[in-house]
Design a protein around this ligand. Structure first.
Ligand SMILES: *Cc1c(COP(=O)(O)O)cnc(C)c1O
Length: 455
């Protein structure tokens, strides 16, 4: 069974080449009988890929769509390396270790061994990181319950209804109740809600640094404090995992004063997507634990490494090393100041777009690009068209801007979301605002014409 049944745009089951000297026709869903000329096959596939969207005008994705050519050179040079072959590629293993230590330092992990022995690993992205962190929470909770002679049959994980889908996946795949707290008065989880949802079966609370719905930071320190108070009252000791998929590469550079990381005792683990604001092409994420005690030993497997063995924790066995190497490139290349200035630039552009959107008139901003460089906005009152119409209209100018309802508790609010990433410019922002203004004019003009016609 193919899991991918995406509205075929053509029913033909053969594809033909657009050029002379191409591959002729080949079947779409069966292996061609003969082989093709390599250049012709490449050109043929290139030609199809041109139909994919244009990354520069894609304001929907958080994922990196541009890297420097030097990074691409490094990626190309390491495409054949498998990250699990620590023995064959010890220097790639060393580079992964350095990245983990650098992130541990950025996220203020306690460093009993002088910073070289942080506990963490690379992953395919934040989704795999969430599976690993979630398992560690579940294993630790179960060990505590069993040690106390208590039932360990009904674990739950507390999180806002605004969590990214990877957490619902974790809960379903690992048989944990996803205790999704509906939004109430904020666009994300609040401290009081988090503490109120916990009980003796809670394996942890997920706090999101940078909600995917509107880019707002959840109040991690307040959530931790509310859980401290819960412990003082009831004895329940509930750990916090911070899903910093995006914020893990923003807050350390732009919000130094904000305490969201291992400076908070209750924060036991953190994940981030290297391929979002870590500025690397898709395929890399990170997960770190506060200390070895937070990562149960029986989740760890050993692989050969330089005649000895090395502990690993991952869902996959084989995975490309290239993305990890590219991550190291961004860390070495930009350094703290470089990251700070790139992320500040994105934030400044997001704020400028937010101001422009506010000035247009019909919109209410849910976020202004002040936290993640992201803004979400809704139509303040009905005017004969929807944000879905606007998203569609913006497509005609080439802009990809998603529209969707907010999660449970705010599901009657539909928003458009703009994500600003490295590679976006003030110039493109001005074009986007002009096209948004034209789209609004056209849709409200058409709506008024319809009203006039009916009267
Ligand atoms: C993107 C995102 C994820 C999933 O991350 P991937 O790296 O795409 O697997 C999880 N949580 C949040 C908050 C995200 O923004």
């Amino acid at each position: 069974m193919s899991l991918h049944k995406h509205h075929p745009r053509s029913d033909a089951d053969i594809v033909d080449s657009a050029f002379d000297g191409g591959v002729g026709t080949i079947p779409k869903h069966r292996l061609p009988r003969g082989s093709q000329d390599a250049d012709a096959a490449m050109r043929f596939i290139q030609d199809e890929l041109m139909l994919d969207g244009n990354a520069r005008q894609n304001l929907a994705t958080f994922v990196t769509t541009w890297m420097e050519p030097q990074a691409t050179t490094l990626i190309r040079a390491s495409l054949e390396k498998n990250i699990i072959d620590k023995d064959e590629y010890p220097q790639s293993a060393e580079i992964e270790r350095r990245c983990v230590n650098i992130l541990a330092d950025l996220w203020n992990a306690p460093t009993p061994t002088g910073g070289a022995d942080a506990v963490g690993c690379s992953t395919t992205g934040s989704s795999e990181a969430a599976m690993l962190a979630g398992m560690a929470l579940k294993w630790r909770w179960r060990a505590r319950r069993e040690a106390a002679g208590l039932d360990a049959g009904k674990p739950n994980l507390v999180m806002g209804a605004n969590v990214q889908v990877c957490w619902e996946k974790f809960a379903r795949y690992w048989d944990v109740e996803a205790r999704l707290v509906p939004l109430d008065g904020a666009t994300h989880l609040t401290a009081a809600q988090a503490a109120a949802a916990c009980d003796e079966n809670t394996i942890g609370v997920v706090a999101v640094l940078g909600s995917t719905f509107d880019g707002s930071y959840e109040p991690v320190a307040e959530i931790a404090a509310a859980l401290d108070a819960l412990q003082a009252d009831t004895g329940l000791d509930v750990p916090v995992h911070v899903d910093a998929a995006s914020g893990g590469f923003i807050a350390p550079f732009l919000d130094r004063e904000l305490k969201w990381d291992f400076r908070l005792d209750r924060v036991r683990s953190i994940n981030a997507s290297g391929h979002k604001y870590g500025l690397v092409y898709p395929g890399v994420g990170w997960v770190l634990w506060r200390s070895e005690a937070d990562l149960p030993k029986d989740l760890i497997f050993s692989v050969d490494y330089l005649g000895g063995s090395m502990p690993t924790f991952a869902l996959n066995f084989s995975r490309p090393a290239a993305q990890v190497i590219a991550q190291y490139y961004t860390l070495v290349r930009y350094g703290f100041e470089g990251f700070r200035s790139i992320q500040q630039h994105s934030r400044d552009i997001a704020r400028t777009i937010a101001d422009g959107v506010g000035r247009l008139g019909p919109f209410t901003l849910l976020s202004h690009g002040e936290e993640l460089p992201v803004l979400a906005f809704s139509l303040t009152k009905p005017d004969g068209y929807t944000v879905y119409d606007l998203s569609h209209e913006l497509r005609s100018y080439g802009w990809i801007v998603p529209a969707y309802p907010m999660p449970e508790g705010m599901a009657d609010v539909d928003v458009l979301r703009v994500v600003v990433r490295n590679g976006f410019t003030f110039d493109l922002a001005a074009m986007f605002l002009a096209d948004l203004a034209k789209s609004v004019d056209r849709l409200s003009g058409a709506a008024q014409a319809r009203v006039a016609f009916h009267h």
